[in-house]
Design a protein around this ligand. Sequence first.
Ligand code: PBG
Ligand code: ZN
Length: 326
Amino acid sequence: MANYPLKRLRRLRYNPILRDMIGETTLTVNDFIYPLFAVPGEKVKNPIKSMPGVFQLSIDMLVEECKEVASLGIPAVILFGIPEHKDEVGSDAYSPNGIIQRAIRAIKAEVKNLLVITDVCLCEYTSHGHCGMLNGEEILNDETVSLLAKEAVSHAEAGADMIAPSDMMDGRVIAIRKALDYKGFTKIPIMSYAAKYASGYYGPFRDAAESTPAFGDRRSHQMDIRNGNEAIREVESDIEEGADIVMVKPAGAYLDIIYRVKQQFGMPTAAYQVSGEYSMIKAAAQNDWIDGERVMIESLTAIKRAGADMILTYFAKEAAKFLNKK
Ligand code: PBG
Ligand code: ZN
């Protein structure tokens, strides 16, 4: 700052109007994708203890929720399903009458102006809670990929607008792309969870999706938290395989990865502010230790500033209400 007192960076900070004019990052409702959990039954609205304000919803309630989401101007939801019956190979995930397939059809029949994205993985549907088919304790890659492709096609057949594979098996994106194309779904984009870390931040989600693995963990397929260069290789291979949007997950602790991915590839880039990120902010706010609304906006703005074009977040509705009243 050799030029002080001529140069004063505070000059642009005194007037709130001017502050808004020079703001480099603009968070908008259009940035959000809202995750939703579908469960069997009717009139079900189960609170998830570790995620205040988030519920498991039966399909009738889910449809109402989607109407509200659309009316707030949120462009998209991502659906997770908790089936009635789980088995070794996650059959409900690719059944034409599975929980997600029914949810998609119901939403598509009743809600306009809402993009319906589906999470493609097996962990919510397998009795052992793992993301794929097992041989003993090993998660089989190629056999799992075939099931994921089947799952993706069945979501598309039910009317999904976009497919989001979250499994982290090698080769799933190209397998899903080929399967979709073969069935005529050439216009359905893939948003791949491209750099997904084996993260402790997923804890509350596993309550919501009832998908805690019965033994072991997800470290044989999700990324090691220590690695950054490897994220670039993961993202690169998903792009080569045909991913249309690439995702980094979690978001807040991986802003460097979001930044690098956006800089390096210039692809439409999504970031998932995951359950633990949400719950930590909620818990601290409930204790009056932080201003929850302020930290919500700050966390989302940081993710956008790092380079994310869209943010999957449990705050979507709350943040939309905040932004809409501004
Ligand atoms: C399923 C999946 C998970 C999340 C999204 N898709 C859980 C996991 O990998 O264990 C986590 C989302 C969150 O924590 O909010 N594979
Ligand atoms: Zn999984």
